[in-house]
Design a protein around this ligand. Structure first.
Ligand SMILES: Cc1cc2nc3c(=O)[nH]c(=O)nc-3n(C[C@H](O)[C@H](O)[C@H](O)COP(=O)(O)OP(=O)(O)OC[C@H]3O[C@@H](n4cnc5c(N)ncnc54)[C@H](O)[C@@H]3O)c2cc1C
Length: 485
């Protein structure tokens, strides 16, 4: 390794970078981890998953308090929320998790952490605080930021993104959210629940564009019932700063021009890979419009430079970033040619009820020209969800022509956790019959997984053909009771 300061250098201390740093250092590689913020953890910990899920829980508790009578409890007169207190709770949750992602922990594992903005000076060295640091291999794990499209007037109008939204000093009375993807949708419900008047504007014809239309529409209906206003098929034309308020002008589906004023604008119009200022041209690393181009082994156009996580513009989830980080460790440290495979990459949008998905949904199967059979089961038929007062939603299971599952979507209480069983079934190639026969504890929401698998078999088992066969063999006498016509 003579000639290089480190065996491996990692730029970015988020989910992807931390995974590589932990793996590489524990395997004995001399590891450097560079982070430009003051603390490790990346977007997920500071501006993404952790603060959003903390806020979502707080908003749910407040929502339940307001609807206490639905649970046979006395009506509660709730006072308005103090967003400062909510932000404090968010900070306190982050603080606990921060310990797992601390400089001390990584030093303990053997990785050197340096804070500062790294920039390639050539294909083996970066400049950091005026110093040059070299490594035999590099990993770019610089994540993504909110994309801010060139909407007329946006450069002159105050707005917030995921970086500011969790740290507001007070709850905005009103908010227009530009974008109905997962972030915009989750935030629309959370803020509506804590008393903000929320409007969502999006050019698409449905919210959560990757999801099946029926499930996305069901989420939208729930949110509308909670007071969120949606303007879909609407093109944002201009935003203005009115001084006392902000104004959003857009053209609606029926070509009408609309002007709405609001206290706060949240821009949630997708993500942009963090590649600016990295000096990628000096390292010879190629990008496309999504981000850094990588092959299946997470190698960039320079084979000793890897990229992982949001910066590659693929699946932008923490667990995807961690998975890609693991692929990098296999290839860069173990020298095992392991390829990334996203076939069974699950995800979940944490609305209430949440919407989780793995494998193909109807939309993806149709686009790929794959024939499928659809099996569904409603949460209304699940005893536990009724007891919980969470009877909305359903599970959809897609089977291919061989009767093998190719995808599952769950809209319902705890959908993300319920999907974990399918993660095991699909990755472990477990037979559907095994899932249908496996005893699940009663009463649990997870019984819905067994039920939907069982539906596929019960149609065959309780068929007229089987009934006739058994009658013939065992001389069964048939029905003991028949409902009147
Ligand atoms: C509001 C919101 C909610 C989300 N909720 C979920 C969720 O529920 N579940 C989920 O799976 N995903 C969620 N995500 C997505 C998730 O946060 C990202 O997919 C994940 O953080 C990506 O990890 P990463 O390591 O690629 O990037 P990041 O976590 O962004 O880490 C990249 C790091 O690189 C640093 N960096 C950048 N450039 C440089 C440089 N030149 N030098 C040094 N350091 C640099 C950055 O400061 C950052 O710390 C959410 C995102 C948002 C915005």
């Amino acid at each position: 390794m003579a000639g290089f300061d480190y065996d491996i250098g990692i730029i970015g201390g988020g989910a992807a970078g931390l995974t590589v740093a932990a793996g590489a250092s524990q395997l004995g590689a001399k590891t450097l981890l560079v982070e430009r913020e003051e603390q490790l953890g990346g977007d997920c910990l500071h501006f993404g998953c952790v603060p959003s899920k903390t806020l979502i829980k707080t908003a749910k508790v407040y929502h339940l308090m307001k609807h206490a009578e639905h649970y046979g409890l006395p009506r509660v007169e709730v006072t308005p929320v103090d967003f400062g207190q909510i932000s404090n709770r968010i900070r306190s949750v982050i603080e606990v998790i921060q310990k797992h992602d601390s400089e001390e922990r990584f030093c303990g594992l053997g990785a050197k952490v340096q804070f500062g903005q790294a920039e390639f000076s050539d294909e083996h060295a970066v400049r950091l605080d005026g110093r040059s640091i070299s490594a035999k291999k590099w990993v770019i794990a610089t994540g993504s930021s909110a994309a801010v499209p060139p909407i007329k007037g946006l450069d002159r109008t105050p707005f917030i993104t995921n970086r500011e939204i969790f740290y507001l000093e007070r709850r905005p009375a009103s908010m227009i959210i530009l974008g109905a993807g997962p972030i915009g949708t989750e935030m629309s419900q959370a803020f509506a629940r804590i008393g903000t008047q929320v409007t969502v504007v999006d050019m698409g014809h449905q919210i959560l564009p990757k999801e099946d239309r029926d499930l996305a529409d069901a989420v939208q209906k729930t949110l509308e019932a909670e007071g969120v206003r949606f303007y879909l098929n609407s093109t944002i034309e201009e935003v203005n700063d009115l001084g006392h308020a902000r104004e959003v002008r857009f053209r609606t589906a029926d070509r009408q021009s609309q002007r709405l004023s609001t206290e706060t604008i949240l821009v949630a119009l997708g993500r942009k890979s963090n590649i600016d200022g990295l000096g990628l041209d000096r390292a010879g690393v190629e990008c496309d419009r999504r981000g850094i181009k990588v092959d299946e082994r997470q190698r960039t156009s320079r084979k000793h430079i890897f990229a992982a996580g949001d910066v590659t513009g693929g699946y932008q989830f923490t667990h995807a970033a961690g998975y890609m980080g693991g692929i990098v460790v296999s290839n860069a440290v173990f020298h095992l040619p392991r390829k990334a495979n996203f076939t069974w990459l699950p995800w979940c949008t944490y609305t209430d009820p949440p919407l989780a998905s793995i494998g193909m949904n109807e939309k993806a199967a149709k686009a790929a020209g794959i024939d499928y059979d659809l099996w569904t089961e409603e949460f209304q038929g699940n005893d536990r969800s009724l007891a919980e007062g969470e009877g909305a939603g359903k599970i959809k299971m897609l089977l291919n022509s061989d009767g093998k599952p190719i995808g599952v979507q769950i809209l319902g209480s705890n959908a993300g956790d319920l999907l974990a069983e399918w993660v095991a079934v699909l990755n472990g190639k477990v037979k559907l019959a095994t899932l249908a026969a496996a005893v699940h504890p009663y009463p649990t929401l997870a019984e819905i997984n067994k039920r939907v698998a069982g539906n596929f078999f019960s149609e065959k088992i309780f068929s007229e053909k089987v009934r006739k066969g058994l009658k013939f063999i065992f001389q069964f006498k048939g029905r003991a009771c028949t409902l009147p016509e």
